[in-house]
Design a binder for this molecule. Structure first.
Ligand SMILES: *Cc1c(COP(=O)(O)O)cnc(C)c1O
Length: 223
């Protein structure tokens, strides 16, 4: 399926007055789709699976900013550390420590977001407020990671007021933390996907992660 470049351009137009960065979520989509967007000078791409990300990264030489947005297992961290631009999905101190350790080995400082659990679904990963504070306090001794902000996924529902209140909560949390000295690097609030990015932007998102609106529906059966 071809990339919907008209849709892409509309979204870019829509986001630019608010200074919101678009991450094109290319998971399960072929390298050709990424190249179609690269041809439009788009550089930020999001992937969920380590092996898929590595396969794609090896096939495309361009200077892409690869965002890791899926659940990350500690034993796979090492593989993405040399090139990853931003990890959106830090959901435990153990994971952050592993990122720090692997980054230290190659003398990199890796930018990370802390994933906050804001949805009602049990299945979505993320930290609660207590865990968030613990990890932020512990992070000051980790010199090879830089915490740039928060990421969250709202409940998958048609109830827009529910989604809005979850994003509102995340924005409040972000503002509260940003005021702390430990959070001086905060400049990124990653919230909003194809179905709810307009609400997320209204509620103060600085980065949206959009897949299906740009690349078409994903078919997990063939990927
Ligand atoms: C797949 C995914 C997206 C994009 O989803 P769409 O609904 O296709 O825009 C965004 N964020 C995360 C964490 C994802 O896993």
């Amino acid at each position: 399926m071809a990339v919907r470049s008209d849709r892409y351009k509309e979204i870019i137009q829509e986001l630019s007055p608010n200074n919101v960065t678009l991450i094109a979520v290319s998971k399960t989509k072929p390298v050709e789709d990424i190249q179609s967007l690269l041809a439009l000078d788009h550089l930020d791409f999001g992937e969920n699976y380590v092996q898929e990300l590595i396969d794609k990264q090896q096939q495309i030489i361009d200077n892409i900013h690869w965002h890791f947005i899926g659940h990350l297992q500690s034993n796979k961290v090492k593989q993405i550390i040399p090139f990853v631009h931003l990890i959106h999905s830090i959901d435990s101190l153990k994971l952050l420590q592993e990122v720090n350790k692997q980054a230290q080995k190659i003398n990199r400082i890796v930018d990370c977001l802390l994933q906050v659990h804001i949805a009602q679904e049990e299945t979505k990963f993320g930290l609660n407020e207590t865990e968030l504070n613990e990890i932020i306090n512990a992070s000051s001794s980790l010199k090879h990671v830089r915490i740039k902000g928060l990421m969250g996924m709202a409940t998958f529902t048609d109830n827009t007021e529910q989604v809005r209140s979850e994003y509102k909560y995340l924005k409040q949390l972000y503002d509260k933390l940003k005021a702390l000295p430990q959070c001086h690097s905060f400049d990124t609030l990653s919230m909003g996907m194809s179905g709810d990015y307009k609400i997320a932007v209204e509620e103060g998102s600085t980065m949206v992660r959009i897949g299906s609106l740009i690349f078409g529906e994903r078919n997990y059966m063939v990927s």
